[in-house]
Design a protein around this ligand. Sequence first.
Ligand SMILES: C[S@@+](CC[C@H](N)C(=O)[O-])C[C@H]1O[C@@H](n2cnc3c(N)ncnc32)[C@H](O)[C@@H]1O
Length: 399
Amino acid sequence: MANTNLGNAKTAKNDEFYTQLADINKEMQAYLDYNPEVFRDKTILLPCDDPEWSNFTKFFALNFQLFGIKRLISTSYAPDAKKAKYGIEPSLFPEEEHDPKFDPSKWQTRGKIFILDRDGNGDNRIDIDDLQWDYLNGDGDFRSKEVTQLRNEADFIITNPPFSLFREFLKWIMDGGKQFSVIGNMNAITYKEVFPLIKNNRVWLGGTGFVSDMVFAVPEGAKIKDSDRQKAARLGYIGNYTRLGNSCWYTNIEHGKRHQPLSLMTMADNIKFSRHNDIRGKEYQKYDNYDAIEVPYTDAIPSDYDGIMGVPISFLDKYCPEQFNITGITKTWFGGACKTYPEQTQISKDGKESTVTKLNDGATLVLDTPPENETYYKVDGKLYSQVYARILIQKITTS
Ligand SMILES: C[S@@+](CC[C@H](N)C(=O)[O-])C[C@H]1O[C@@H](n2cnc3c(N)ncnc32)[C@H](O)[C@@H]1O
């Protein structure tokens, strides 16, 4: 198996980010800590992978026997398909041409399949050296019949799919009714295709949590922000790496972290002792257009409030389904607002006024006075601010 040669990309597309071993290890360990037998006798499919250099393939192949995996299948998307979509020039691995299976008529247009399920080289171990590969019949698109058939045969789907196809990818997994663990952008939480799955506890966040930056390898020559390259370097990844602070794991595999309830103070204690200046000494405010109170920080959720509370999406990192119910999200597509505003005037930070309708897409707070350095809105002479997307939650009361 070759090490790293990511081809000659002209530009870095979000879809060509390659996951690091440490991040995969951390997340999979969360599932293994909860259930050491989680992968035993299971078939694991790693689609949207590049098995020649993928750390997903490497991780599961190296741990094949330890985890007791039955079958590991990894598929890649053809170089020509990448070129058409992302401008990635097809590139050969140094040893690819010398592989007896190499076929010049197929290598650019066909995806590849790597399978590990036996000791192929007779060294009495099943490991990375026993991976067998072949060309797929098609380009390896996860939506193809061929890869969908592999999905149907698998127990687990694990990968970092192309971010631009995240909605479609998650639907593809859910349609197959599979267990999965995939990396996505945090903002996907608010998508109408994703949030209902989270609300109904069919999908949750992985064990890694939001706090850690994930580092990704990018193709040679990729354009990435200097600040992200430097941040990756500070984390020990020097060269063609970037860091994304807004990615997380989505899964339906059990892990212990999601069953640890948050330790919280009462409302009175928050008002007395909160470390947040905008909570200490203030009242929790009710939204003007939702029947809920605004709680801008997860650690300021009052333990003794029985009504509905609007919390930041980062709450999901600490969400314990035995402690809270998720009742909604403050997005228009979800519904649930108790009022619709007529025409609004938006006053931006620099004082510029414009007529907008966006006050209806989110929770609002009534203001007594115009805020400094913040956008606000005027409707029929009343002033409002709009808070970021909030998840609506309610404490589970045990009688
Ligand atoms: C974010 S990268 C991650 C690659 C690898 N799973 C990893 O984490 O290192 C997504 C991969 O999906 C591939 N891809 C893009 N569109 C695809 C599609 N429609 N079907 C399958 N794979 C696709 C990309 O070429 C890329 O290799």
